[in-house]
Ligand binder design. Structure first.
Ligand SMILES: Cc1cc2nc3c(=O)[nH]c(=O)nc-3n(C[C@H](O)[C@H](O)[C@H](O)COP(=O)(O)OP(=O)(O)OC[C@H]3O[C@@H](n4cnc5c(N)ncnc54)[C@H](O)[C@@H]3O)c2cc1C
Length: 304
């Protein structure tokens, strides 16, 4: 009989609010599975469960590196998130999750809106139409921040009047509220789809405000929940990069086959690390690299 998994490090933070932005948060409500659930699912085809930690780590590295993602779907997490509507609009584009959001038809919305810190008010980037570049000077930033506050308060005052003085429905009163109004949702997703979302939303090209949430999930929660997968994800996804066919050709032109072969020979004791480098170089060069072991190279030196 297999036991239900539990991760003590994650159990310890169940329900804890990780503060994000000025009034937002993320907290873990529940989870299913851990690193060993992934290993178990991957090995089910030949009836073997968890082996040693290093073998499990090797298998998880293999799965994540080669995008054998279905075992990752064995793990699920449920979060309670409080976030501004403009962040939620980006978040909800990730369709492979289940969610339930607070109803502004049913509930009266609290006067809670996101007011960015002055240091987070960014100039429009000249290079990237979707991004920012550098911080707006303090005096201008202070004026903009004041304006955001003033406009938000005005919208909430009108909202309250619509509801209290005019008896307008909540579902219509809300249309005057700004995009920085906070909303809340319960959000459940499996680890494979969570990694896909985190890969996109922790990247430098994602908006800083959603990046803050994604980084919290990745580095404060996933790291505790599935530490082996976390390490593999950082190595094979967030810190890795993808080359186009043209870039591969160009890189090939920059390679000196003898020098790279020599480098791998010199480092042959770090076999694991060199294996992946050798694979990459062989892909770039389009041929197998004939690499001698360190002992063979030493023997050659003695004999010569
Ligand atoms: C930096 C950035 C900028 C963006 N800018 C914009 C923008 O300007 N405008 C805009 O509209 N969106 C924008 N997006 C949203 C983006 O286009 C994606 O919708 C979002 O990132 C979710 O990705 P996804 O569809 O891969 O994820 P998910 O919805 O989680 O889907 C995961 C995977 O499931 C599969 N899948 C899910 N649903 C379908 C389907 N209906 N048909 C086929 N396959 C499916 C796909 O393989 C998909 O990759 C932006 C995203 C980022 C990260």
């Amino acid at each position: 009989m297999e036991e239900k998994t539990s991760v003590p490090a994650l159990d310890e933070i169940l329900g804890k609010q990780f503060k994000i932005l000025d009034k937002g948060f993320i907290r873990v409500i529940d989870y299913m599975g851990d690193d060993s659930s992934i290993v178990q699912a991957a090995r089910v085809s030949y009836g073997k469960g968890t082996k040693s930690v290093s073998e499990d780590e090797g298998l998880i590295n293999f799965l994540i590196r080669h995008k054998h993602t279905s075992p990752l779907e064995m793990c699920e997490i449920k979060l309670h998130v409080k976030l501004p509507i403009f962040v939620a609009r980006q978040w909800l584009r990730h369709r492979t999750a289940s969610l339930n959001e607070m109803s502004a038809r049913y509930s009266i919305i609290n006067e809670e809106y996101f007011l960015p810190d002055e240091a987070d008010l960014r100039y429009q980037s000249k290079r990237h139409k979707q991004g920012g570049d550098g911080t707006i000077d303090t005096e201008t930033a202070s004026g903009i921040r004041e304006k955001i506050k003033e406009m938000s308060e005005k919208c909430f005052a009108e909202y309250d009047d619509f509801i209290e003085k005019n008896d307008l429905t909540r579902e219509l009163s809300r249309i005057i509220l700004p995009q920085n109004t906070y909303t809340e949702m319960y959000w459940k997703i499996d680890l494979h789809n969570l990694f896909h979302m985190l890969h996109l939303r922790t990247a430098p090209g994602a908006q800083k405000e959603i990046r803050d949430y994604a980084n919290c999930i990745l580095h404060e929660i996933v790291k505790l929940w599935v530490p082996i997968c976390y390490k593999a994800f950082i190595n094979y996804r967030t810190d890795a990069c993808h080359f186009s066919g043209l870039q591969m050709e160009q890189l090939k032109g920059l390679l000196d086959k003898e020098k790279v072969t020599e480098f791998i020979e010199m480092n042959s004791k770090k076999r694991g690390e060199m294996r992946e480098l050798k694979e990459l170089l062989e892909k770039l060069l389009g041929e197998e690299l004939k690499v001698k072991s360190q002992e063979d190279s030493d023997k050659d030196k003695i004999n010569s």
